[in-house]
Each structure stands twice: as C-alpha cells, then as structure tokens.
Write a protein that binds this ligand. Structure first.
Ligand code: MCA
Ligand code: AMP
Length: 508
C-alpha cells in the first residue's frame, strides 16, 4: 500500500500547516518529525491506546500509529471507570499515548504510558531518501537530528484503528478498521466533495469516534490540507475559523447545526462565515428539515448530509452540486454497494420513495470485524453484505431516505450512539435502584434524549435525578447520562417477565 499520508513524505510542501488545535500548530514537517519519532517508539506493539483529548497530541499519536502500522484504540478521556475497564480488558493495549500534561485515571495504572512530544529535538532541513540500503525506513529525513519515517505496512488489511461502539445490549464492541477501509472511504469522500489540499477543515468533534477522528483528522491529512480543531464546539469558534480564519469546510453533528441555526438570527458574522464556506457537512444523525431550511434561508447555503456508521465508515452522501436534498442522505459513494432488504430477506428493487427495507452495504469501506467476537461479526453480515440496522426508502433518483432503525434500544443523542442496555446495567449497579429501563425520546437539541425509568429500592427516599446522572456519567461516560428520570412503582412486563418498553407511560 502506498503512503497513507503522501503529504508527510517526498515532494510535499513541508511548511504547509497541517493542524491547528488551540495554541498548538504543526506544519507537515513538524508533524512528520513528531509522528515519525513516536512511530519509532511504538514500532512492533500489538496495539496502543490513545488518550483522545481534542488536541494536537491526539493527532500526532494517531498519525504515528498509522505510520508504524500499529492499531490505535482511541479512548474517550471522559470515559467512566466501568467502560474504561471494559475497553482496556477487551483491547489489551501495550501502552497508552497521552499528552505530557494529561492526568490519566487510576484505571490506566497498569498500562505503560508514552508521552507524545509535539516538538522532538532536531529541527532542520528535510531531505527524503528512498530505502535503497534496506534499513526498513523508506523515507529518511536528514538534517540536524534526523527523523526517520518508518516504512509503512504493505498490507492494506493491517488494522489502523479499533473504535468502540455501543450495541443494544452489553458493553461496547471494538470495531476493527483496516488501512484499506479508511483510505477507501476518505478517497470516496474526496471524490464526492472535491476535497483537496486547498481545503481548511473546521470542526469541534470529539476525536474518539469515526466522525471526528477518521473524517475530521485523517481526512484533511490524507489530502494534504489543514485541520482547525476548535477544542470545544461554540458558535463563536465556528464564526472565527470559517470567517476571517479562512476555513473552507465545516463538519458537525446535527446538534451543532441546530445550535448554529438558532444563533443565525441576529448574528451577521456567523451568517457571513457559513455563507462563505465551500462545504457544510452534517452527519452521525438526521439533520431535521427545519434546521436545513433555517440555515439555507439565512445563508443561501445547503448543508450536505452524508450517512455512515463506525462499522462501514461512509456509505452515502448528498452531492454538493446536485441541488438541495433535505431529508435524504444522498446516493452511494464510489465503490459502495447498497441495497434495501425486506423482513423476509428479499432484495427490494423499487425506487418509489415508500417501500421500506433495511440498508445493507458492501465495499472496501467496510470494517474487518468486531475485535475478538467472530460470532457477532458473522451475525452482522448476510454474505458479504453488512446489515446496518437502519431502515430506509429509495427515492426515484436513487437517493436514500433513512426512516428509522430496526433496534429501538439504540439511542442517538447529540450524534452519539448509546445502547439502552449498557445504561440499564449501570443504573442497576446503583444501590438505590431496584429496576431500570432506558428509552430515547425526541429532543430538539440532541435529536433524542435519554430517559431513565426507575423503580427505587425505597420509594420513600429514591436517589435524586442528579445522583443517577452522575452515577452513569462516572461509570460509563457523561454523554450516556440520563437527562430525564421518571419513577414508577413497577416496570410493565409481559408474562415472561420481559420489560415492555412500549407500555411505559407516554412511550411507544
Ligand atoms: C454535564 N456534564 C457532566 C454531567 N453533566 N459530567 C459529568 N457528570 C454529569 N452529571 C458535562 C459534560 O461532560 C460536558 O462537559 C458538559 O457538562 C456538557 O455536556 P453535554 O450536555 O453532554 O454536552 P453538550 O454540550 O450537550 O454536547 C453537545 C455536543 C456533543 C457538543 C453536540 O453531543 C458532541 O460532541 N457530539 C458529537 C458526537 C459524535 O462525534 N458522534 C460521532 C459518532 P464539557 O463541556 O467539559 O465537555 S457517529 C460516527 O462516527 C458515524 C460514523 C457517523 O456517521 O458520523
Ligand atoms: P455509529 O454507530 O455511532 O457510528 O452511528 C451510526 C449510525 O448513525 C447509523 O447507523 C445511522 O443510524 C446514524 N447516522 C449516521 N449518519 C446519519 C445521517 N446523516 N442521517 C441519519 N442517521 C445517520
């Protein structure tokens, strides 16, 4: 396989800015030096974890892992004890890469720590030399303090990342993403969006999921362009970086676009910044038509929706020059096969805008399997077709319109996928909870909000809502905490004792 990041190697412009995160800026030369040095330190490891804060250290760590051919497991730095223990036990990283100033939780005590150095000693002119003498380094950067970029793996099936994703029940599963899948998906997006080295991508997405890390970090670096990460989402940050800052593209989840749409009235600077961008892209959940319309009315720009999944990377996108298509996620990307399948397994041929089937996809963008779970991997496929669990119709022009999910126990809140089962288990761990059920209900900001239905052990002094939210945040992650808690005397159950979520008051 050729270099994953051509701009880090021969012939590229070493002075071009690669990344700006807060006060940290790295040129391509600086990134090559920092990531090259780190790649040498981790070479040969089976897997490394990355303490994935929203900063330049995460970028360097993940680039280093790719250069070294070592799979990286991004960790949510806010992950609670229970979830962190699961991810570490499941992925068994030999080291954790972290920023020198990052405080790591006790759960990581048993994992050796490697600090990411953004500016290793030895700046100077850069010269690339092919691996003529068989050193195993095909790009030798010389000058004061030479930096060696290791020879990247030839095999495109070598895993690049293991990204944890929630299922309906049980703890999250590790999705193994090969270099082939990541490269194929990013290159298909580049084709669809005319994404080039001239683009400056602005975003504030977390760096431990596919959206922020694969699309938002590896995407611009593979193109040789620039990433500006805002650290945390804010309307002011978007306005600054897209406007005077010269950003050309914005990636976000619908909650971010909803907040931008809310702010547009009375904010001419934001309006100008969005109007001036080359491409506004939304994904991870459905962007409501109302928010599409508010943004288009104020800025004259349409937000481009794309549809993906951790296991499949990107499947479809609205084409920027194909006119606005609110409510659809566009057409399959180059190389992606997509079909709708009926409940009885028959493939649906109708492009009638109304026949609903499950979306199944195949192509080079697909994951290699769930880490250590061959049965779960096999169950997710029908031959070489991956069952997404998303339900959709096809419009007459082939555009895909998502209409729901097969599993009601998966909640999308703020663009995060959250399994009801994992929250129920965490709630049942609380000494004040006898029974628990978790559902999602519509929320104008988050898309869906997490609702916990709880039967307390002692109805006279039930745990407070804040206590239960903090309990889930500390054990799993803050974004998995219930936003609403409702108390019941008993959960509705069928004769077999199974909880009937549809019978919860006001649900279903
Ligand atoms: C509040 N906080 C708490 C508690 N309450 N912490 C601990 N215990 C509590 N009880 C803290 C939070 O940690 C956070 O801190 C702050 O309060 C606000 O939290 P929250 O309300 O959850 O955040 P928000 O401001 O509402 O976040 C909205 C958001 C976020 C920024 C849109 O949801 C987000 O980043 N979403 C992106 C999800 C994403 O990237 N999904 C991609 C996966 P602090 O402010 O310090 O953080 S999907 C994917 O990858 C596929 C492939 C695809 O198609 O894209
Ligand atoms: P995740 O498993 O966190 O990677 O989330 C993947 C899921 O997010 C998909 O299966 C879809 O249900 C949803 N999703 C991603 N992009 C979109 C979109 N543009 N519109 C609607 N849902 C989306």
């Amino acid at each position: 396989m050729s270099a994953f990041f051509p701009a880090l190697t021969a012939g590229a412009d070493p002075g071009r800015t690669a990344v700006r995160c807060g006060a940290d800026t790295l040129t391509y030369e600086g990134l090559a030096r920092a990531a090259g040095a780190l790649a040498d330190r981790i070479a040969g490891a089976e897997r490394v974890a990355v303490w994935a804060t929203s900063g330049a250290h995460t970028v360097v760590a993940v680039v280093a892992a790719l250069l070294a051919g070592v799979p990286a497991v991004p960790l949510n730095p806010r992950t609670g004890e229970r979830e962190l223990a699961h991810v570490l036990g499941d992925s068994t990283p030999s080291a954790v890469l972290a920023g020198p100033a990052d405080a790591l939780p006790a759960g990581l005590d048993g994992v050796s720590r490697i600090d990411v150095d953004l500016a290793p000693a030895g700046a100077g002119p850069v010269r690339t030399v092919p691996d003529a003498v068989g050193t195993g380094h095909d790009d030798v950067r010389t000058g004061p303090g030479p930096v060696l970029l290791p020879a990247e793996p030839d095999d495109p099936e070598v895993p690049a990342l293991v990204v944890y994703t929630s299922g309906t029940t049980g703890p999250p599963k590790g999705v193994v993403l090969s270099r082939r899948a990541v490269a194929a998906s990013l290159d298909a997006l580049a084709g669809a969006w005319s994404w080039t080295a001239d683009d400056v991508l602005v975003h504030a997405l977390p760096l431990f999921h596919v959206h922020g890390l694969v699309l938002g970090v590896l995407g611009p670096l593979r193109r040789g362009g620039e990433l500006r990460h805002l650290g945390a989402f804010s309307v002011e940050g978007v306005t600054r970086e897209l406007g005077a800052g010269g950003g050309t593209m914005l990636f976000g989840v619908p909650t971010m676009y909803h907040r931008l749409a809310d702010a547009l009235a009375g904010d001419p600077a934001l309006t100008g910044a969005l109007a001036g961008a080359r491409l506004l892209v939304s994904g991870s959940a459905a962007l409501p038509v109302h928010d599409h319309e508010r943004i288009t009315a104020a800025t004259g720009r349409t937000v481009v929706e794309r549809y993906g999944m951790t296991e499949t990377l990107m499947n479809t996108s609205v084409l920027p020059d194909g006119g606005p298509r609110p409510g659809t996620v566009g057409v399959p990307l180059a190389g992606v096969g997509l079909r709708l399948v009926d409940d009885d397994g028959s493939v649906l041929g109708a492009y009638d805008g109304e026949t609903v089937g499950e979306v199944q996809v195949r192509g080079p963008n697909l994951f290699s399997g769930y880490l250590g779970r061959p049965e779960a991997t096999a169950a997710a496929f029908d031959g070489d077709w991956f069952r997404t669990g998303d339900m959709a119709v096809r419009d007459p022009d082939g555009a895909v319109r998502l209409v729901g999910r097969r599993a009601t126990d998966l909640i999308k809140s703020g663009g995060y996928k959250i399994g009801a089962g994992e929250i129920e288990n965490a709630l049942l761990d609380h000494p004040g909870v006898r029974e628990a059920a978790v559902t999602g209900e519509p929320d104008p900001d988050l898309g869906e909000r997490i609702v916990a239905w709880v039967v307390p052990v002692d109805p006279g002094s039930p745990p407070t809502d804040a206590e239960l939210a903090a309990h889930v945040a500390e054990s799993l992650a803050p974004h998995k905490r219930p936003r609403v808690v409702r108390h019941l005397d008993a959960l509705p159950r069928n004769d077999m004792g199974k909880i009937l979520k549809k019978a919860l008051p006001g649900a279903g």
